[in-house]
Structure formats: C-alpha cells, structure tokens
Write a protein that binds this ligand. Structure first.
Ligand SMILES: NC(=O)c1ccc[n+]([C@@H]2O[C@H](COP(=O)([O-])OP(=O)(O)OC[C@H]3O[C@@H](n4cnc5c(N)ncnc54)[C@H](O)[C@@H]3O)[C@@H](O)[C@H]2O)c1
Length: 351
C-alpha cells in the first residue's frame, strides 16, 4: 500500500525524547555530527541565505530555510532570553522537511531538543578541527538549556572529560552539576569566568542576554585556547570583547549571516574569516599551531537544521517514534477540494 497522501510523520517532544534515549545521547550527537559534516562537504549543493529574522524588544523569531535541490527544509525558531523567568524556553523550535519534486512535507518535528543537539554537534564538530589536539578541559560559561548538550558533544567528538562550570545564576550551575553527575565527568563549580577559564583548553560561552555582553575579555584568553562562542547570535547580542576577536583566527558557519549576527558583527565587514566547510573539505587550514587562538563564532545555520531533519527522518526507519498527522488535504479528485469540504458535512461517503 502506498502511504496515504494526506499523512505526514510528526515527531512530538515525547517521541523525540524517546528517539534520543533509544539511540543513546552521545551516539545521537556523534551520528548527527556525521550528517552535518557530510552536508558541509557538499556545501555548494545548498541554497544559502541569511535567516529571516523578525526582531522585537524582547527577542527574535526566525525562519531558516535551505534546499539541496532534492529536499527542502526549514526551521521556525525564537530567541527570547527573558522567557526563562516566565517558565518558558529561551529557544523553542519546530521544523519541516519537504520533497522538492512535489512540494509535499515529508516530516514535521519538534526542534527545541533537536536544536540543542544540533548546536552541540556543530560546536563539537568545529572543536574536532580547531581545538588543541588532546584537549580534555572545557570551561562552560552559561549553564542553561543548551549546556549539558555541549558537554556531551565535546566528550563524544573531542574527548573533553573535565568541565569548569560558571553561570551568573548559581541555580543554573547546580542544575547542570545535578544532570551531569554520574556521567563520568570531572565537574568543577567556579565562582567567576576567570576561575572557569583557568586551565581550560576550550572555552564554551553559551549565555543568553539581550545585549552586547562581555563574557570574555582579552586578559582572560591565553594563547592556544579554542573558544566556542554560541550565545552571540543576534544583532546587538554578543559575548566577547572585540579585542578577543582581534587575537583569534575566526571560523564561522556562513559568513553573510555571521557578519549580521555573530561576534564578528563587531568587526569591519571585510575582516578575514574562514567558513567551517572550507576546513572540513581541506580547502583552508584549521588550527595552524599550538599557540594559535581559535574562535568558532557560532550562530546556527539552516544547513545544520537540514542535516538534523535528514538524520531524524533516517532514524525513523528503524525507530518508529512518530505519529501520523493528517496535514494535507487529499480529495479523490485533486481539483475537487471544495467538494471534499462539502462532503465532510454529509457523514458517510466522505473523502
Ligand atoms: N549558536 C547557535 O546555534 C545557538 C543555538 C541555540 C541557542 N543559542 C544561544 O545560546 C544561548 C543559550 O541558550 P539557552 O537555551 O541555554 O538559554 P538559557 O536561557 O536556558 O540559559 C542561558 C544561561 O546563561 C546565563 N547567563 C546570562 N548572562 C550570563 C553571564 N553574563 N555570565 C554567565 N552566565 C550568564 C543565564 O543565567 C542562563 O542560565 C542563547 O543566547 C541562545 O540564543 C545559540
């Protein structure tokens, strides 16, 4: 039986959690990073545009579309740092994968959890190419919703097993310690950014604030450090002092979007940066030597979400964690959409 044309597989939050736990979180992150890496290797196949952002005083709502000519994907995502105080997520999302040939959606899924996973997988993928070889210690600054995902991705892909945690809100750090306890990390609560950075080979900044914050100043950044800057992802929302940027070799996802949203919005528009796909394909060097300070200026790009959607669709072949969603009108005669509507009121004999 061919699948009913009205039905689209829908992955709810509950199904996504069951899928991730069935696969295993670190395996999920590793395989997802593999899908992202695969798509970054065929970078030129994708339609690319900076995401479409609707800004307001409290946050942003964004649409992130891309296509490889065969499959189309988009994500709806917000960013509202104040949300946590009202019991909501700072970042919530859902997304769609569709068939370019007929335009029909093939998958509708929650992407709040999936975004945390794909952001962490992308960060760790960049870390695999840019962090000092053998790095084991990471400072994790900002211990909110994304934090544990970053920790697990960096362990799975880079080998990080020592974490130095700092958040302006100690309750967030306690939550993080509670969640990561028993997972094999050496965990250290730190009283300041300076204390967290001390002795770290990688620093992940993943804070949320609706302003140009200065989480890292130049004096805190030693030679050879790899910085994974995740929280600066909107115009007027950055985490690093400009002097830090001037000392780093800077790597981005897609420069036209990063120049609007990333840390590099603080630099002249012609400041040299390298796109991560160039490093992955060997077109450009990654880390040159032990003394080089590297920055992955992450903002989150549509191709990563496309890869995540593609990965989830692939996993649903063997893990049926989805529901059939009656999403698409499907009259017996395609042009008789109105007749289908009329017949719906007539009881038996409906389309
Ligand atoms: N680059 C990407 O692809 C990507 C993807 C998802 C989220 N993000 C961004 O990552 C950030 C974190 O997201 P989240 O969902 O974890 O948010 P969250 O609100 O759950 O957590 C943010 C944490 O940062 C802490 N914080 C704020 N200011 C701080 C400071 N000055 N020093 C230390 N800690 C501070 C808060 O107390 C909070 O615990 C957001 O800015 C979000 O927009 C980026």
């Amino acid at each position: 039986m061919p699948p009913a044309l009205n039905i689209v597989p829908f992955v709810s939050v509950d199904h996504m959690m069951r899928l991730v736990l069935a696969v295993g979180i670190e395996r999920f992150l590793t395989e997802l990073a593999g899908f992202i890496e695969e798509d970054f290797r065929r970078w030129s196949a994708f339609d690319k545009t900076p995401r479409i952002a609707s800004h307001s005083p409290d946050g942003v709502i964004e649409l992130m579309p891309t296509s490889d000519g065969t499959t189309y994907g988009f994500k709806y995502v917000n960013g509202h740092p104040k949300n946590v105080r009202a019991g909501r997520q700072t970042v919530a999302a859902f997304g769609v994968l569709a068939d370019v040939g007929n335009g029909y959606p093939m998958l509708l899924t929650e992407m709040t959890i999936l975004t945390a996973l794909r952001t962490a997988a992308t960060s760790a993928l960049a870390g695999k190419y840019l962090a000092p070889p053998g790095a084991r210690t990471m400072a994790l600054i900002g211990n909110g919703a994304q934090a544990e995902f970053q920790a697990l991705a960096f362990r799975a892909l880079v080998g990080v097993d020592r974490l130095r945690l700092y958040d302006i809100d100690p309750a967030a750090t306690e939550k993080c310690v509670r969640n990561l306890a028993g997972l094999g990390f050496d965990l250290r609560r730190c009283a300041s950014v300076a204390a967290a950075v001390e002795g770290a080979e990688i620093v992940t900044t993943v804070t949320a604030d609706r302003q140009n914050a200065t989480i890292l100043t130049d004096n805190l950044v030693g030679a050879g450090l790899h910085i994974n800057g995740v929280g600066g992802d909107c115009p007027g929302k950055t985490e690093l002092h400009p002097d830090v940027l001037l000392r780093c070799a800077i790597f981005v996802e897609y420069a036209p979007q990063s120049r609007i949203e990333g840390e590099i919005q603080q630099l002249p528009p012609d400041h040299p940066v390298t796109e991560l796909w160039e490093v992955i394909t060997g077109r450009a060097p990654g880390r040159r030597d032990a003394g080089q300070t590297t920055l992955f200026d992450s903002v989150g790009f549509a191709v990563e979400d496309f890869s995540a959607l593609r990965y989830v669709r692939e996993k649903l072949r063997t893990h049926p964690f989805y529901a059939d969603l009656d999403l698409l009108a499907d009259p017996d005669e395609p042009r008789d959409l109105f007749g289908m509507l009329l017949r719906a009121g007539a009881g038996p004999g409906r389309d």
